[in-house]
Design a protein around this ligand. Structure first.
Ligand code: ADP
Length: 158
């Protein structure tokens, strides 16, 4: 069974994330969406809230599980028997960091492969931080995040 992990902050999950998760679910037997445990001062949702929101967002995808990982991603993956890391690539600006990360993970765990999926052009401009910023300033984020997430974001800022 091929198990893939989609790691990220997902603060909040956007339609760009969901597109990557859905496509990964079509490629692997099981996909674990793993929330990075890096709750900082600037986070909008707690780790527990992000997990719940991701579970609701991904409820329609049968082979997707949502979890969090506290330490090194590759240690978590070994524990879960996962062999592939799936990441989305939006622009050249993502590439440098993602390449460094993929090479470091390969060095630490040569049997784990990183796979990059090119962003859907409709969502290539989306990032969680920008969505947070626009919502904070009162802008309209319709279409950028799943509807239920949009409601939760507006509640936070109202
Ligand atoms: P962000 O960079 O938006 O804060 P995360 O750190 O949660 O998001 O990202 C998790 C993964 O999702 C990364 O691989 C990132 O490249 C990918 N990703 C984020 N937004 C998009 C998007 N709009 N299209 C494709 N991939 C994306």
């Amino acid at each position: 069974m091929r198990i893939a992990v989609c790691p990220g902050s997902f603060d909040p999950v956007t339609r760009g994330h969901l597109d990557i998760i859905e496509r990964a679910a079509g490629m692997f037997d099981k996909v674990i969406v793993a929330v990075l445990n890096n709750s900082g001062k600037n986070s909008l949702f707690t780790i527990e809230e992000r997990i719940e929101l991701l579970k609701s967002t991904c409820a329609h995808i049968e082979n997707v599980e949502v979890d969090t990982f506290p330490r090194l991603l590759i240690d978590y993956m070994k524990q879960k028997n996962a062999s592939v890391i799936v990441k989305g690539l939006r622009a050249v600006s993502d590439f440098e960091y993602e390449m460094q990360m993929a090479l470091m993970n390969r060095k630490l765990a040569p049997s784990i492969e990183t796979v990059f999926l090119m962003t859907n052009s409709r969502y290539s401009f989306l990032s969680s931080s920008l969505v947070r910023e626009v919502a904070r300033l009162g802008g309209d984020i319709t279409g950028m995040v799943p509807e239920l997430i949009q409601e939760e974001i507006y509640k936070r800022f109202s």
